[in-house]
Design a protein around this ligand. Structure first.
Ligand code: FES
Ligand code: FE2
Length: 379
């Protein structure tokens, strides 16, 4: 029998090795990740209701530039950002308006925005050996889940697999929530460090005093009660949030009416994390929801986009300030960004090759194993 670890606790019974240091700065490692896990997993592409009908947006997924289209009728589609004639880029800006067609600027080949089929070849008059049907845009898989658009470079991808399962947010009115605030920052760190930092709370007490005050268990270096030494399944569940607090805001008070469909347990928990490797995590509260998105820009640089979503009636409250609600998570994320950069700088030391994970870092062990598995499967 273990002394302090129940078999059902996620705490590790040993201290495994971390990934090697070069996983966080080596250009070849980075490129391999781009060609494997970023090329085969669903990648966050924003909110459907932030993509106006009649617009096209450019996205980067791993090594691929992609266009995300919403036709004037509201249909969504996505394609590789390259013309099938001689390979010109189709969209050169982050966003532009469009009609029913995606037209290449170079020689005016035009493609239907709904399915990418080639409908016109400008002034060129192809001979009979050119089959228009074989020269449509190359499709990127697209789906909408909880109002989020996600893309996958595989033509026939597997299902979207959030850690909680697909239904975890069913009691939140996800489709109708509106983006009330957005923050975009670049962090001088490898994207995996951001996920590893997300996956442990050993740093919470020192790095996140405000968050640890709001969620008392974080002060103990763990994310949940079942990680505490000595935990047994019979232990009474303690409330996660401090007495009187209901949401992750500076005051702990909800910023508007609570979502009516939540269960008592969801209300009592105060937060629900939904993790979507490698791209984003969503945190659902009783009064608002936010998404945090990681987008690698290079081996040592990551763009972090954070969006806050609210019910329209919350946004419509007199004097409501979404930036004030966002301030709490922004504070926490800024604290995280600082330690991620600290971690990145240290990994370059010739004195460091790899480290060891602690029993509380089981979720990092799982994440690192997932990364290696995804890279290994690449043929
Ligand atoms: S490269 Fe696009 S039309 Fe020629
Ligand atoms: Fe943190």
């Amino acid at each position: 029998m273990g002394h302090d670890r129940h078999p059902l606790s996620p705490r590790l019974d040993h201290c495994p090795e971390t990934l090697p240091a070069q996983a966080y700065f080596d250009q070849d490692w980075f490129r391999r990740e781009q060609l494997t896990l970023w090329a085969r997993n669903w990648v966050w592409a924003g909110r459907l209701n932030d993509l106006a009908p009649g617009t096209m947006q450019r996205r980067q997924i791993g090594v691929a530039s992609v266009i995300l289209c919403r036709t004037p009728e509201g249909e969504v589609s996505a394609f590789h950002n390259v013309c099938r004639h001689r390979g010109a880029e189709l969209c050169s800006v982050d966003q532009q308006s469009m009609g029913k067609l995606v037209t290449c600027k170079y020689h005016a080949f035009a493609y239907a925005a709904t399915d990418g089929r080639l409908v016109a070849t400008g002034q060129a008059q192809p001979t009979a050996d050119f089959d228009k049907r074989a020269h449509g845009l190359t499709k990127v898989s697209i789906m909408v889940w909880n109002g989020f658009v996600v893309l996958n470079l595989l033509p026939d991808p597997g299902p979207l697999r959030p850690d909680t399962g697909l239904g975890a947010l069913d009691n939140w009115p996800m489709d109708s929530l509106v983006t009330g605030h957005r923050a975009v920052n670049e962090v001088a760190g490898n994207w995996k460090i951001l996920w590893e930092n997300y996956n442990e709370c050993l740093h919470c007490a020192t790095i996140h005093p405000e968050l640890s005050d709001l969620v008392p268990i974080y002060k103990q270096g763990v994310m949940a009660q079942n990680e505490e030494p000595g935990w047994t399944p019979e232990a009474d569940l303690r409330p996660a949030m401090k007495p009187g607090a209901a949401s992750w805001t500076l005051s702990g008070k909800p910023c508007g009416p609570e979502f009516p469909g939540l269960t008592q347990a969801e209300r009592a928990a105060g937060y629900l994390f939904v993790t979507l490797y490698p791209t984003a995590f969503i945190v659902a509260h009783v009064d608002y929801v936010r998404a945090v998105v990681f987008e690698p820009l290079g081996p040592e640089r990551t763009r972090v986009t954070v969006e806050w979503y609210f019910a329209q009636e919350t946004l419509d409250q007199p004097g409501f300030d979404a930036a004030e609600v966002a301030a709490f998570a922004k504070l926490v994320l800024a604290q995280d960004a600082e330690v991620v950069e600290l971690n990145q700088r240290g990994l370059r030391s010739p004195a460091y090759t790899r480290g060891r994970l602690m029993p509380e870092e089981y979720a990092i062990r799982d994440f690192d194993a997932w990364v290696l598995q995804e890279m290994e499967d690449y043929k």
